[in-house]
Design a protein around this ligand. Sequence first.
Ligand SMILES: NC(=O)c1ccc[n+]([C@@H]2O[C@H](COP(=O)([O-])OP(=O)(O)OC[C@H]3O[C@@H](n4cnc5c(N)ncnc54)[C@H](OP(=O)(O)O)[C@@H]3O)[C@@H](O)[C@H]2O)c1
Length: 298
Amino acid sequence: MKILLTGADGQVGYELWRTLQHLGEVIPTTRNGREIEGMPTLALDLTNSADIEKKVNAIQPDLICNAAAYTAVDNAEKEIDLAYAINSEAPAIFAKYAVITDTKLVHYSTDYVFSGEASKPWKEDDFCDPQSIYGRSKLNAEQSIIDSGCQHMIFRTSWVFSDRGQNFVKSMLKLALEQNELNIVDDQVGSPTLASSLATATAMAINNPVDGLYHMTSSGKTTWCGFARRIFSQAHKMGIIPNIPIVNAITTEQYPTPATRPKYSVLDCHKLKNTFDISMPNWQTALQLCMQNIRRQA
Ligand SMILES: NC(=O)c1ccc[n+]([C@@H]2O[C@H](COP(=O)([O-])OP(=O)(O)OC[C@H]3O[C@@H](n4cnc5c(N)ncnc54)[C@H](OP(=O)(O)O)[C@@H]3O)[C@@H](O)[C@H]2O)c1
C-alpha cells in the first residue's frame, strides 16, 4: 500500500509517519519539503491546489492520510482565508481525487465542531455548531469528504499532546521552569489525547477499514487546570521539573481569547470501540507515556 501522508512534522503526522510504515510505503510530505531528523520529505503546500492535484496524480497513492491542518485556533479568526484553504479546500481536493481514483482517505477533525453546550459526551451524529473559524473550517471538510462519496474515515479528536511540537504539556513544563504561580482555566472540560495513541488507533482502523466518522480521544475527562496539575505532579515525581508551581483555577471569562472554545467537548468513543474494537488509553496513562519520552530526551 502506498500512503501519502500530509503534515509529517506535526504532532499526529510525525507519529503516523512511524506507525504507518508497518502498513506500507509512506510518502511523508511537509509544507516546504524540509528534512526532519535527517529524513527527506516531499514539499506539498496545501494552499496550492494545482500542486496538490499534480502531486497526487503523480504519486497515485492507495491511501491519503491528511494529518496537516491550520491549527492556530486564535490566529484563524484573522487568517480566515488561509484557515479555510488548508482546512476546507485542500481536504475537498483530496476527496475529489479519492472518489475518481478509488483511493482511501483518512482525515482528522476536531471537538471544536461542537458548541460545547452539553453535559454528556458528544456522539458523532450530534448537532454541530462550531463557535470559531477553525471549527467551521474543519466542519466544512468533514461535510465535503462525506458528500464526495469517497472511501473515507474521519477521526474527530481533542486536546492533542505529544513529546514534540507545540502543545499544552510542553507549554506547561516550560512555564513551570519560569514561574512559581500560574492561572489556568478550570471551566472547559475535555479529553487530552496523545498523538501516538491516535497513530496506533488509526493504523488499526486502516487494517480493517469501515467508512465513517468516528470520535477518537483518550478516555476520561478533565479541565485544563486539572490537566496542568497532573502534568506538574507527574513531571515533579519524574524529576523533569524541580518545583511544582501553585496553580490557581480561573474561568474562561478571566482568560479571554480571540476564538471561542467549547466549554464541554468530551467525545463519546463507543462507535470506535464497537466498529474496530479500539480502546484508547485514559488521559492519565497517555500523559505518563508522554512524560517518559520527555524524560528520555532530557
Ligand atoms: N492539536 C490539537 O489539539 C487538535 C485537537 C483536535 C483536532 N486536531 C486535528 O488533528 C490533526 C492533527 O493536528 P496536530 O495537532 O498534529 O497539528 P500540528 O501539530 O499543528 O501539525 C499540523 C501540521 O500541518 C502542517 N501544515 C500547516 N499548514 C500547511 C500547509 N499550508 N501545507 C502543508 N502542511 C501544512 C504543519 O506544517 P508546517 O509546520 O510546515 O506549517 C504541521 O506540521 C489536525 O487535523 C487537527 O485539526 C488537533
